[in-house]
Design a protein around this ligand. Sequence first.
Ligand code: F6P
Length: 332
Amino acid sequence: MPMQAIKRIAILTSGGDAPGMNAAVRAATRAALARGWEMHGVRNGYAGLITDAIEPLHARDVGGIIQRGGTVLGSARSAEFATDAGRSQALANLQRRGIDALIVIGGNGSQTGAGVLNNAGFAVVGVASTVDNDLVGSDVTIGVDTAVNITVEAIDRLRTTGSSHKRAFLVETMGRNCGYIALMAGIAGGAEVIAIPECEVEPQEVAERLRAAYQRGKTHALVVVAEGARHGAQAIVRHVAEHRAEVGFGLRVTTLGHVVRGGAPTAGDRILATRLGSAAVDQLARGASGASAGVLVGVRGGEIITTPLADVAGKTKGVNQELLELARVLAQ
Ligand code: F6P
């Protein structure tokens, strides 16, 4: 469908919030206003698109948010948007308001929804954002740098108290289908064991590595587990407790959960999000025929790239094999 000259666009944040989303909203809004377009913010992701919770965003509305965690627009996981009625209502609201294009900031589920709107003929550009870093179409996604740094800080803190009491700690971090946070934080934190969906570690193997560390005279040990690992925290803790006499270390659990999504974004996430938010507007501006839409903006080798939404939806990006091997070697 030929795209008329853009005059008015909208933006929403969807799915799990990610530190840096506000920087992306700010950059996209200012880039759009700089082109003489109107920008409208959608509240609470696709749910707000359905309920028509849409309001103009002016330059001052996005002032002072680059450093703030979470999303000032709000986010939600909308079951109603999975229905034809919900999607039709969302499209009707966009069209009634004369909105020419939509920017969707989010992860897998959010970009699947973006693809559905685009397949219905609406111009949509996605921005890669999820702490999991499991999106095809970008080396790294908004929120990852912050999540990894929060996890590393937790590991470093547990190291000190572990040394005081000759204890081992298991840190469980986010990562439903992808162990990127656990892998990178485990490497950076010098963990003895890293268990992720892409590289499972049996509880017996964890116990053996802890026993070996204890026998080598280590004063503490760290096990980092992604929440999506098949052998999770509880199974590992139970097995180590049953073999406490042989293992030597007691093993305590710290579950970080949503802590890794909270708080202020790192400089790295602010810069990535600013680049991607601005790039999404640039991508829409290229759209003489509307063909410029229907893509996810991400980074590859430090450069901005675009990937068709059809190639992103429903896929999960795995972790880098070289880093996986590195983690294995370092854990010996
Ligand atoms: O997809 C990002 C993520 O943080 C996952 O790592 C986590 O399992 C999930 O979202 C939690 O979802 P919610 O915030 O809806 O509980």
